[in-house]
Design a protein around this ligand. Structure first.
Ligand code: ADP
Ligand code: MG
Length: 624
């Protein structure tokens, strides 16, 4: 007797359901998509016990005619495509003709529907995937789909369901995803008879606000750019709004929520310079392209896509996002706006004091240090010349500026102050944007005074930022200066470290490192980037080898390069509890003013904020 036999239809559907219907939320997603495909403008979703007991979806769409009711539950029966050609340019959310059949095979389902021209609605129940004969029913318009007792006939799957509140949360999330991409439709969600969400028709921005909250919108940049057939629009959360989880990441391709490696990679890249790798950005991004440019038939749940021109899409998304995240921040400290959150002003993010921004507008910030070439004993370094103390012309910098310029000529200035100088109080009105250092607090913060009040700087974070930008620039110019060590740092290395060091020799050299084996078990660090000469050599060497191993050689030098440079910067930056003198602190402040994106460290944390005099006045209730 033959061992191989055809599976019964029901079992085939149940197998397919394994991919399409994982939990109530996946059924919810499919039903919502069907309603949108039917042109609905008002959708109501009623759930009981997290959707396990009941999912009822009511829409005002085109409806299903009596004859089609039977077919709707048949596998591979769809009204949306008819040919391969259609499949290649599919514009509807559904097209596989699988969802209703799958759901009906693992739950008790009824369909009630009415098309506009019909005299009344038709209703049909289905059990074990078979539809009963439709009967006349009452319904004004559209379709009502009821799904009861999910997985009642597949106990093994039912066991994997979580508690009703958890399942409800997943359903809610499924609705959020669909609703974000379809602001033209109103949605109502009810759980156990109580309304839990009501979304009115809106534009995409208002919808995003409804769903993600005003906090997010206030801490996000709006973007909308097109290039050829590609368009990317949405909201990109600023680093200060980052999360420890990936809960607020919404990527849509042609109105379809997707989880796509290529796109997520592009987004991560764009955030890499401004966000710690353990933090996750929040965003809602809509990518639009002609349907033939993307294959959506990759997975039964249709959450994966494949782009015809993956590279092009990747570059486009990366650049649009980079621009959006960098916009308004190109110029030194000005970009503090949006990143500082003064605890005493109600303004929320963006609370940097207005006067500072104003004055920056009239006094353009200095070119970044590296662009000035060799700094800067001369008048060439006079970013604040216009504000130089009286008695000194712009061409002839005051001693203070000279001191700073000299200090900056040595990139490790903050470690080797040239001399002690104090700044007269009377100069505060002309102080540079980040002011003059007053003191160090708790070994962590620099307190400085400018015309508007108090500036607080996280010194490690700030120094890290400066080093990072410098290393990056030097690296781009293939001009990382290497500092040979008089006494090499020899350390016991693992087999992996030994192998990595040998393999990565040229790459290491490009970064200014020389790490070579001195025995089968020991490595010697013979040279390191001059900028990092004060770092703990052994730790630095180990970190670099670890990163190179983790990223892979070619990857390390290209895609993950900045991460690697960030590691270097982190190790090179001043540690907490290091006592800084006032000139050292001032040198750091001046460096920050000249550094691109100095307002946030490589980990996306802000590096400084301003507490204005009026903030302080409010705190002490002066003048009230
Ligand atoms: P697909 O969406 O891939 O076509 P489904 O199994 O989800 O497959 O649905 C089968 C068919 O049933 C759809 O093609 C559509 O014609 C019809 N249908 C399902 N839900 C609705 C609805 N809410 N309103 C109108 N038609 C619907
Ligand atoms: Mg469908």
């Amino acid at each position: 007797m033959s061992q191989i036999h055809l599976l019964p239809d029901l079992l085939v559907s149940q197998i397919a359901a394994g991919e399409v219907v994982e939990r109530p939320a996946s059924a919810v997603k499919e039903l919502l998509e069907n309603s949108l495909d039917a042109g609905s403008r008002d959708i109501r979703l009623d759930l009981e016990e997290g959707g396990i007991k009941l999912i009822r979806l009511s829409d005002d769409g085109n409806g299903i005619a009596e004859d089609d009711l039977k077919l709707a539950l048949t596998r591979h029966a769809t009204s949306k495509i008819a040919s391969l050609d259609d499949l290649e340019r599919v514009a509807s959310l559904g097209f596989r003709g699988e969802a209703l059949a799958s759901i009906a095979s693992v739950a008790r389902m009824t369909l009630t529907s009415r098309v506009a021209q019909a005299a009344h609605a038709w209703k049909a129940g289905a059990l074990d995937g078979k539809l009963h004969t439709p009967e006349p029913a009452a319904l004004a318009r559209g379709t009502v789909v009821e799904v009861r007792d999910l997985f009642f006939n597949t106990p093994a799957r039912r066991k994997f369901l979580k508690s009703p509140p958890t399942e409800f949360a997943h359903c809610d999330e499924a609705l959020r995803r669909v609703a974000l991409a379809h602001p033209e439709c109103a949605f109502t969600l009810a759980h156990n008879g109580r309304i839990s969400k009501r979304l009115t028709v809106a534009d995409w921005q208002a919808r995003a606000l409804d769903i993600l909250g005003e906090d997010f919108a206030a801490a996000a940049r709006t973007l909308d750019e097109a290039a050829g057939p590609l368009r990317l629009y949405g909201l990109a959360g600023l680093p200060a709004y980052s999360r420890s989880g990936r809960d607020a990441q919404y990527l849509f391709v042609n109105g379809r929520f997707v989880r796509d490696k290529l796109l997520s990679h592009a987004v991560r890249e764009a955030y890499r310079d401004v966000l710690h790798h353990e933090r996750h950005p929040a965003y809602v991004l809509f990518l639009e392209l002609p349907p033939e440019g993307v294959d959506v038939n990759v997975h039964p749940a249709k959450t994966e896509v494949r782009f015809r021109d993956g590279r092009g899409v990747h570059q486009f998304v990366l650049h649009v996002l980079e621009r959006a995240l960098g916009a308004g921040r190109e110029k030194g400290v000005e970009m503090g706006a949006g990143f500082s959150t003064p605890p005493f002003s109600k303004g929320g993010p963006g609370g940097i004091s207005e006067p500072l921004r104003e004055s920056d507008a009239t006094n353009p910030p200095p070119a970044p240090l590296w662009q000035r070439g060799a700094p800067a004993r001369s008048a060439a370094y006079s970013p604040y010349a216009g504000r130089a103390p009286a008695g000194h012309s712009a061409q002839e910098p005051a001693p203070y500026y000279q001191m700073v310029a000299e200090a900056l000529a040595d990139t490790s200035a903050i470690r080797n102050p040239k001399s002690e100088i104090e700044y007269p109080q009377s100069r505060i009105a002309d102080a540079p944007p980040l002011g003059y250092a007053l003191a160090q607090l708790s070994g962590i913060y620099i307190l400085a005074e400018n015309a508007h009040g108090l500036i607080v700087v996280d010194m490690h974070a700030a120094h890290e930022r400066i080093l990072y930008e410098r290393i990056k620039t030097a690296f781009d110019a293939r001009a990382v200066a290497s500092q040979p060590l008089l006494i090499p740092v020899v350390f016991a290395a693992t087999g992996l470290e030994m192998a990595t060091a040998e393999e990565a020799g040229p790459a290491l050299a490009e970064m200014g490192f020389e790490i070579a084996p001195v025995s089968p078990t020991h490595l010697a660090l013979r040279a390191l980037p001059a900028m990092l000469k004060d770092a703990d050599g052994e730790r630095l060497a180990r970190e670099v080898l670890k990163d190179i191993h983790k990223f892979g050689l070619s990857g390390a030098m290209n895609a993950r390069r900045n991460e690697l440079l960030a590691t270097l910067a982190c190790h090179g930056a001043v540690r907490a509890n290091r006592k800084l003198s006032v000139p050292e602190m001032n040198a750091l402040l001046r460096d920050m003013e000249g550094t691109l994106r100095a307002d946030q460290c490589n980990h996306g944390r802000p590096t400084w904020f301003q507490l204005t005099l009026s903030d302080l006045d409010k705190l002490f209730m002066r003048g009230q």
